[in-house]
Design a protein. Structure first.
Length: 447
């Protein structure tokens, strides 16, 4: 089970919850959990204590689908009463074929359907308005000091390897005022880092024609640049994920250089070879991406760039793979994830010819990550001797684990702080960097 129990579960209907998938799915889980608590249900941390279990699934790639099916099976075996939601819910036939005992299946973002399914099995308790209190920002599955801020649903791209638009639909941006009010509530509840997520953060507001909205006495467009300007007023870290390298992304770089937004961009480039990018139906060319990264670093030298890539895509030749390696050497990307191509049921790329053998794809992934580790190690050396502000994620046995502006939680490196007994979870602190490795930094508290 992946959710901490509510403090008082006596004589209260109890719901267990399993949350799988990406940060966008995690936000969906938080919204469902918040509504459950608003209606008086207790959230418990074990299968046996629960009256029923909700499993929020992922359906992006085959491995994620199998993980979701396994989680459903485990919940059924341990509890017996299971409601399934999330991306894999779009494939109810697959779920029913493996687990016909599930009580109900709903798709992603359908919070009302989840609640109807819960009500059908477990009536909500009587309400106690003077004692049933929740934080204004609702229940969070992250530590108190950081939170994901989802600004839109769905995606307009037609990438050949991806079925997200079929699972989550086309781009639907949240109104700017709604996003900013949620951000304010999170900050009031103690959040010190906002991680902005969407399927395509750069496209925020295009479906709303960048409609203007008033906030704190100023007018802002429903646009990524204006969103960053507004979030920069809140006095917390703002980190951007899933940013496609469109030209207007350059408008955000001065905000990073000025300290209003963290100098960090998560850009899912996926490949560098033009033919492979065309086969993937990606919306950007590697030459332009390389040029923009160089221009951005001229404006903001500390800019950290994270990306993800796919190797072993159908038809990828050895020369095209070497071109990808050459690209990451030139781009000097700071943080990188790499995956071998995984067929997804319903993806157009499955029809492509000349599939790369699995063992060849895995060897390319190994070489790619080996190359990137050297790049990362070299990039991190620039921090040795510098003072950095970091955010503490844990403290134990006199050592703290923290993150700098260059480190997103769970996917990037960390800063390990010695002599940290006085530090506290969720605290900002200045440190002096004393050493570096392939992905992490060592530091001590600054004098």
């Amino acid at each position: 089970m992946s959710v901490t129990a509510s403090p008082d579960v006596r004589n209260t209907p109890r719901v267990g919850f399993v949350s799988l998938g990406c940060p966008k799915a995690l936000v969906d889980s938080e919204r469902i959990l918040t509504q459950l608590r608003v209606e008086g249900y207790a959230i418990v941390g074990g299968y046996r204590e629960a009256d029923l279990v909700v499993v929020n699934t992922c359906g992006f790639i085959e491995a994620a689908q199998q993980e979701s099916l396994d989680a459903i099976g485990e919940a059924l075996a341990e509890n017996g009463k299971v409601i399934v939601t999330g991306c894999l819910g779009k494939r109810a036939d697959l779920i029913r074929a493996h687990h016909p005992q599930v009580l109900a299946i709903t798709g992603p973002q359908d919070y009302a359907a989840v609640m109807r399914a819960v009500h059908a099995q477990l009536a909500p308790p009587a309400r106690h308005p003077f004692v049933d209190l929740l934080p204004a920002s609702g229940i969070k599955l992250t530590p108190r000091h950081y939170a994901y801020l989802k600004i839109s649903e769905g995606c307009n791209h037609k990438c050949s390897f991806c079925i997200i638009p079929r699972l989550r639909g086309p781009l639907v941006s949240r109104p700017l005022g709604e996003v900013l009010r949620e951000a304010e509530a999170l900050v009031r509840d103690g959040v010190k880092e906002l991680l902005v997520v969407a399927q395509d953060t750069s496209a925020y507001g295009v479906d709303l024609h960048y409609a203007a909205s008033a906030w704190r006495g100023h007018e802002y467009r429903t646009h990524m640049t204006d969103l960053c300007r507004a979030l920069g007023e809140l006095g917390v870290w703002v980190r951007l994920h899933y940013v496609y390298p469109y030209p207007h992304v350059s408008e955000v770089i001065p905000l990073m250089a000025a300290g209003r937004v963290l100098p960090y961009l998560d850009i899912p480039l996926q490949h560098a070879n033009p033919r492979i990018l065309k086969a993937m139906r990606r919306p950007a060319a590697s030459e332009k991406a390389l040029q923009r990264i160089r221009e951005w670093r001229t404006l903001c030298p500390d800019l950290t760039v994270r990306s993800t890539f796919i190797v072993g895509f159908p038809g990828e030749t050895e020369r095209e793979f070497e071109e990808l390696l050459d690209f990451i050497r030139q781009a000097e990307l700071d943080r990188v994830g790499c995956f071998t191509y995984s067929p997804v049921d319903g993806a157009d790329a499955n029809a492509l010819a000349e599939w790369v053998p699995a063992e060849v794809a895995e060897e390319r992934r190994r070489l790619f990550m080996e190359t990137q580790a050297k790049i990362s190690a070299q990039r991190l050396k620039r921090f040795i001797g510098r003072e950095l502000q970091v955010l503490v994620d844990s403290v134990a046995d006199g050592e703290a684990v923290a993150r700098s502006f260059a480190d997103a939680p769970e996917i990037d490196g960390v800063v390990r702080i010695a002599d940290a007994a006085r530090l506290q979870l969720g605290q900002f602190v200045r440190v002096r960097v004393t050493g570096s490795a392939q992905h992490d930094l060592d530091a001590i508290p600054a004098a």
